[in-house]
Design a binder for this molecule. Sequence first.
Ligand SMILES: [Zn+2]
Length: 203
Amino acid sequence: MNQGFIPTSEAVYRLIQEFNKLPSIGPKSAQRLTYYLLRAPEEQAKLLAEAILQLKQKTMLCSVCLNVADSDPCLICRRDDRDRSKICVVEQPQDILALEHTRIYNGLYHVLHGAISPTEGVGANDVRIRELMNRLQGGSVNEVILGTNPNLEGEQTAMYLQRLISPLGIRVTRLARGLPFGTELEYADDVTLTRAIEGRQEF
Ligand SMILES: [Zn+2]
């Protein structure tokens, strides 16, 4: 909070503090959002509050792909027009959103909920690799597309998975070729992502 800030309203102060905890929102933006809502119609503030609550109360993880969903299995896992022989492995649920937006990929997904990072103490058991290996046991999957981020952690995770999956006789491809190193999938534009999916290579 800015030095010299005198909270004349506890409610205003509290909301500024809550906004300030969010990523990429600094103290100035937190204040701007709070005063914006203060002036906005009560209905708008109510809708925002309800949306935040529902986010926590009405969502769950799909027990198959571990994506965030309103139902289990999720809509993607349930659809019978998806190609069940392909699984694209991503780090976070928001990566699925980015890939689905391109409309070029028609297979299934698997969310790791992180990436292996020895420097930060994140090992293979800290991400959802065991669940992925269980899914590969059935024999119906013939390609795993590694869609981890093209940065150090993503590459390490991809290499680890490649060593684990290749001996099963399943084709392993890497999505991120063509994506600039150091970027994150969720921020890649549609054209770059589409090229990355179409141009995926053996890994
Ligand atoms: Zn699912």
